[in-house]
Design a protein around this ligand. Structure first.
Ligand SMILES: C[S@@+](CC[C@H](N)C(=O)[O-])C[C@H]1O[C@@H](n2cnc3c(N)ncnc32)[C@H](O)[C@@H]1O
Length: 205
């Protein structure tokens, strides 16, 4: 945890440049989430806040991250865009919000490029779904291992050692992350790099 927070603080000044090739994919992911004016949107692991520009201005936005420097970057972006965002330092695997119900909870949760970064991707997705209102939308945008094999091949397992240490896990399958969750996947689109990156729109049942 401390390593993740530390390395993302190091990446923060360059993050927008690193994430630039995924700009169109991100826009598609947010668009297909169907955010409506007035929705309460939670951005988990918000990073520098690259999602913010695609969220309708009338939405209430809450954003969390583990890295203080990422949160500072997000604060600067929100100010530059004239947006009022509630920023909280929080672990994506253990969100400090009540479970969503008809009264409380988020209308939309954006989990973009986070579920493969945290140690326990399933816990992270579980928490994102838990805080949604019934009928709320989870946008899961990330790189996922294709295919139905439960165990990745040897080469993938070897490459994953440095990948996990410096960036993120390359062996997570979307199906494994959401398989146990009370959600219906209404869209699953390849959005970048030949389908390595996918954007899933999931509705909490
Ligand atoms: C690859 S960046 C993605 C940032 C942003 N969601 C985006 O789409 O550009 C991963 C982000 O997750 C944050 N992060 C990593 N582990 C976390 C955790 N356990 N809880 C909350 N945020 C975490 C990092 O600090 C970083 O900002």
């Amino acid at each position: 945890m401390a390593w993740t927070s530390f390395r993302y603080s190091l990446y923060a000044p360059f993050y927008d440049l690193l994430a630039w090739p995924l700009g169109a994919a991100r826009r598609r992911a947010v668009t297909q989430a169907g955010i409506r004016p007035g929705d309460h949107v939670l951005i988990v692991g918000c990073g520098t806040g690259l999602d913010l520009a695609h969220i309708p201005p009338s939405c209430r936005v809450t954003a969390t991250d583990l890295s203080v420097r990422m949160l500072e970057s997000m604060r600067r972006r929100a100010r530059a865009l004239g947006r009022d965002v509630t920023l909280l330092r929080m672990d994506a695997e253990k969100l400090d919000f009540p479970s969503g119900s008809g009264e409380t909870g988020f209308d939309v949760v954006l989990l973009h490029l986070v579920a493969a970064v945290v140690p326990d991707g399933r816990a992270c997705v579980h928490e994102a779904v838990r805080v949604l209102k019934p009928g709320g939308t989870l946008s899961l945008f990330d790189k996922f291992r294709p295919g139905s094999r439960t165990r990745p091949g040897l080469l993938r397992r070897i490459l994953n050692i440095p990948a996990r240490f410096f960036f993120s896990d390359i062996n997570r399958r979307a199906e494994d992350l959401i398989g146990q969750e009370p959600v219906t996947v209404i869209r699953d689109q390849p959005v970048a790099f030949g389908g390595i990156f996918r954007a899933l729109t999931c509705i909490r049942t």
